[in-house]
Design a protein around this ligand. Structure first.
Ligand code: AMP
Ligand code: MG
Length: 535
């Protein structure tokens, strides 16, 4: 008799749910799914909209393991049914949450999960809670004028980049799966009157919580003071339980300070790796200091602090690379305003806001020291060294990622600029070469200071640099190439890129093409250097 083998065990059998957000916070009493303002509640119950042909095209083993799910998606159809939104499991209680936000500096009123649906909070074998959230699973009461859907292009970008960020050591929400829905979704990519159909997709995002600054702002704007307190208490009890030792307003202040520290740390990492979020509205700021809502984000190619990938922000470039720390602080100010009723005193909140700048400065100095392989940052020496370095990077188109990575390869006993030439988009002019040599000499002298007191060897310097300066980042054009193939039904490049980005700090022989600087064709192509919010 032929051996039939056992049928697949139910791959989802291990999921356990404990939906604290639903249990402990007030629900919108209306359960029909139509667009509306939702006052006096933190969420609305809503079902994902079924899709015709869900197909699993991306699965992240590390995230699956976090959730006690199989790391190999053997029963892909069963997974696609659930993570494409066609099947709600026992124990799930799907909701869309209510939040507001400041968009591009202006209060925008109620926004909410317009196309995100929290399926539930799983509890893994280590008793950690993880919220599962589908993005693009259909309209909710918060969809306003839009369709609640997402296209493959933007979903692939989120799936790829959130995991790349995790492996780069940047705090982020995670991505479990990428499902194409079998449905076409119409988008006008550059908002220029050229709508076209694109494949639809759903990403399952995973985080300890998806709460945003905007959740608190919404309750404050509606003057729902009791609910604001209840929501803050819930957030602290579930996500900041170590702060429960504090009492009264001290607890809220300790919480605010921790949010500030985490936010500063997140942005310092963005600046270290060259990430531009693109839409740092307060509704896109996680209360846990996680990078959230991957939209028209981009990666710096040539070092340009004024660069933003977001064409929707082209006029003022509010969210440009170099402005991210200042915008984060402005966003913290909006959070301070929102939670003011819980504290009742402006002074300590102002104090924490001032400290934000110091935390950011200290964290970024630590990272700057690591980028140069130094054990610490000495302002008397290093302020000038960095000012000169920034000027040098701005003097000719220089790939940020390649420059820092290859800097570790320069022999500081016998300076030659050859290891750095690949970082230049065009062969550098003689004046730039001279400045580069002069800077390398200053840098070598700075390194010698530490070597001479026995606190650094060359090997240590290189190892420190290679742990702070990635070889591989999800370059804008690489993501676009993976999208081009995926739209033809070929996911091999997505898989290969995902695999390479699991080890961004390792040299990976044979994978050099994924570390190559932007080719000329990608300079002006939409999706590579220009992105809109269309997703
Ligand atoms: P974003 O700037 O992408 O973070 O989105 C801002 C707001 O618009 C959020 O409330 C989103 O839920 C909502 N939104 C964005 N795209 C859609 C869509 N296609 N359908 C419904 N809501 C959307
Ligand atoms: Mg958003």
């Amino acid at each position: 008799m032929p051996c039939m083998g056992p049928p697949f065990a139910n791959p989802l059998a291990n999921l356990r749910f404990d939906n604290r957000y639903v249990r402990e916070l007030p629900a919108d009493p209306v359960t029909e799914n139509f667009r509306r303002q939702v006052a006096g509640a933190c969420y609305s119950r809503v079902r994902p909209t079924p899709v015709p042909a869900p197909t699993l095209v991306g699965w992240t083993p590390e995230v699956a393991a976090l959730l006690d799910l199989p790391t190999e998606p053997d029963d892909a159809d069963a997974l696609a049914e659930v993570f494409g939104g066609n099947r709600v499991l026992d124990g799930m209680d799907p909701i869309a949450t209510c939040y507001g936000g400041h968009q591009f500096g202006n209060w925008a009123g109620q926004l909410g999960d317009g196309r995100a649906i929290n399926l539930g909070e799983t509890v893994n074998r280590n008793r950690e809670h993880w919220t599962l959230q589908l993005k693009g699973a259909g309209p909710t009461p918060y969809s306003r004028g839009a369709d609640g859907l997402a296209v493959l292009r933007s979903s692939l970008r989120e799936f790829l980049c959130s995991e790349a960020m995790f492996h780069l050591g940047v705090p982020t929400t995670r991505a479990l799966s990428l499902v194409v829905t079998g449905e076409q979704v119409v988008r006008d990519i550059l908002y220029d009157g050229h709508p076209a159909a694109e494949p639809g997709a759903v990403v399952c995002r995973v985080a300890p919580s998806f709460t945003r600054f905007g959740h608190f702002e919404m309750l404050a704007a509606r003057q729902e003071a009791e609910l604001l307190r209840r929501f803050a208490d819930f957030t602290i009890a579930t996500n900041f339980p170590h702060l429960l030792v504090e009492e009264g307003k001290e607890r809220y202040l300790a919480w605010f300070r921790e949010v500030a520290e985490r936010t500063a740390e997140m942005v310092a990492h963005w600046m270290r790796v060259g990430f531009v979020h693109g839409v740092m509205n307060t509704d896109n700021m996680s209360i846990l200091g996680l990078t959230i809502d991957y939209g028209p984000y981009g990666w710096l190619e040539d070092y340009d602090p004024d660069w933003t990938p977001n064409t929707t922000d082209a006029a003022t470039r509010r969210y440009r690379f170099g402005q991210q720390p200042a915008v984060a602080q402005w966003n913290m100010l909006q959070l301070a305003r929102a939670i003011f009723p819980l504290v009742g005193e402006a002074e300590p909140l102002n104090e924490a806001l001032k400290r934000f700048a110091e935390w950011y400065r200290d964290l970024s100095r630590t990272m700057m020291a690591a980028k140069l392989g130094l054990p610490d940052y000495l302002p008397a020496q290093d302020d000038q060294l960095w000012t000169q370095l920034y000027a040098l990077l701005g003097a000719a188109e220089t790939d940020m990622t390649l420059f820092f990575r290859d800097l570790a390869r320069v022999d500081l006993q016998d300076i030659a600029i050859e290891p750095l030439l690949d970082a230049y988009y065009r062969p550098p002019e003689p004046s730039v070469r001279e400045r580069l040599v002069a800077w390398l000499e200053r840098y070598a002298a700075r390194v010698r200071m530490v070597v001479e007191i026995g606190e650094l060897t060359d090997d240590q310097r290189r190892r420190r640099m290679n742990a702070a300066n990635p070889r591989f980042v999800p370059r804008n054009y690489l993501a676009q190439l993976a999208i081009d193939k995926a739209e033809e039904g070929d996911y091999s490049l997505l898989r290969e890129l995902t695999e390479v980005l699991r080890h961004p700090y390792d040299e990976q022989p044979g994978k050099e093409r994924f570390a190559a600087k932007r080719p000329e064709w990608a300079r002006r192509r939409a999706g590579c250097s220009m992105l809109s919010c269309s997703s």
